[in-house]
Write a protein that binds this ligand. Structure first.
Ligand code: NAI
Ligand code: MG
Length: 360
């Protein structure tokens, strides 16, 4: 297969980690007979330096024409960088919002997986983890409270602020379909999280999710209230496979789930639209404190590239091969600084990429 990938190395450690992910992809191409073609575009601080804006229209158009986007990270040292002495819409992160919106990426996927080898970094007790922790949160990304109407007003000397949580059935249906499609590639269990005991938007959410579930008789569907879900995540995280939820609940629950896995340097993510197209990126930022020092953990980006193969190119066995290679490197005792513990072999960004590629 011939795949046209746009890469956005971005700022800070971005170029270093994207380089390693491409190295691993190239090895996959070699072994499985695919061609990955890369077109690089600028976004974030590097685009501001070159063009005065965090994302040009041309760059966005190039991304739109690709099969998938692989992103490193954007942004600099927030307290101490020329990029932040300007209006918010000209800062590096504005590029991120513009590309998400421009590509209509309404589905945010965040897997959280605890490797046995990193179990000591998990803040939960071993007996709570049980047989392991391997879940994915499917979060609605372009609706709900963060995009609803908002205003602040004063009445009789009292300030009042309003935010609005709105979902229509089409928005719920398309994210639910994503979650069930993903469940079919996993353990076929969806837990839909809402607050249906209080919110109308959640009652509609439940109704539409039930309708979508009828098309997936193999997938088991359960509903869970969001406050209970927050509790279950620390009491019995092993019960979760696919969690389907709206924008704000997903924001909070995905941060909670990510901490169970130990390091931010391991966490991948995908943002999808209605087609096979997606943008894939690590969950962490541009880590300016360690940029250019060969210290960054490239695994989150490498695993994001595996998600790209799985969700944009239907290359399940190739994605499995990347995940297995990462697992093998950890089993073999190699660690970047962020996941290092005594007795392991400490390696840099480039060597970690080499080690993973060699195991494909
Ligand atoms: P950060 O995720 O960049 O860094 C937090 C801490 O984790 C730092 O100590 C960093 O060294 C470490 N870290 C992050 N990724 C790592 C990796 N792969 N390997 C080893 N250590 C790693 O978050 P921070 O410091 O809040 O933000 C730095 C910049 O990144 C800011 O400009 C921020 O706006 C931007 N940012 C960009 C994101 C994106 O492009 N999607 C997401 C989050 C932040
Ligand atoms: Mg958040």
């Amino acid at each position: 297969m011939n795949c046209n990938i746009v890469t956005i190395p971005g700022d800070g450690i971005g170029p270093e980690i994207v380089r390693e992910a491409c190295k691993v992809l190239d090895k996959v191409g070699e072994v499985y007979g695919h061609t990955f073609q890369y077109t690089k575009i600028l976004m974030g601080g590097c685009s501001i330096d070159e063009y005065g804006v965090p994302l040009t229209d041309e760059a966005l158009e190039t991304a739109k024409k690709s099969d998938a986007v692989l992103l490193g990270a954007v942004g600099g040292n927030v307290g101490n960088s020329k990029w932040y002495d300007v209006a918010p819409n000209l800062r590096p992160e504005a590029g991120l919002l513009a590309i998400r919106k421009g590509l209509n990426l309404f589905a945010n996927l965040r897997p959280a997986y605890l490797y046995n080898e990193l179990a000591d970094a998990c803040p939960l007790k071993k007996e709570n983890i049980g047989d392991g922790f391997d879940m994915i949160i499917v979060r609605e990304l372009t609706g709900g409270l963060y995009f609803g109407e908002r205003h602040t007003e004063e009445a009789d000397g009292v300030l009042q602020a309003t935010d609005t949580l709105t979902y229509n059935e089409n928005e719920i249906r398309r994210i639910a379909i994503k979650a069930f499609d993903i469940a079919m590639k996993r353990r076929k269990h969806v837990i839909s999280v809402d607050k249906a005991n209080v919110l109308d938007s959640s009652r509609l959410w439940r109704k539409v999710v039930e309708e979508v579930a009828k098309d997936y008789p193999e997938v088991k569907l359960e509903h869970m209230l969001v406050d209970n879900c927050a509790m279950q995540l620390v009491m019995n995280p092993g019960q979760f496979d696919v969690v389907l939820t709206e924008n704000m609940f997903g924001d909070i629950l995905s941060d909670e789930a990510s901490m169970i896995t130990g390091s931010i340097g391991m966490l991948s993510s995908a943002s999808l639209n209605e087609t096979k197209f997606g943008m894939y990126e690590p969950s962490h930022g541009s880590a300016p404190d360690i940029a250019g020092k060969d210290l960054a953990n490239p695994i989150a980006t490498v695993l994001s590239a595996a998600m790209m193969l799985r969700y944009s190119f239907d290359m399940d066995k190739e994605a499995d091969a990347i995940e297995a290679a990462v697992q093998q490197v950890l089993t073999d005792g190699y660690r970047t600084g962020d996941i290092y513990s005594e007795g392991c072999k400490k390696v840099g960004t480039i060597e970690m990429g080499d080690l993973i590629a060699a195991r494909i």
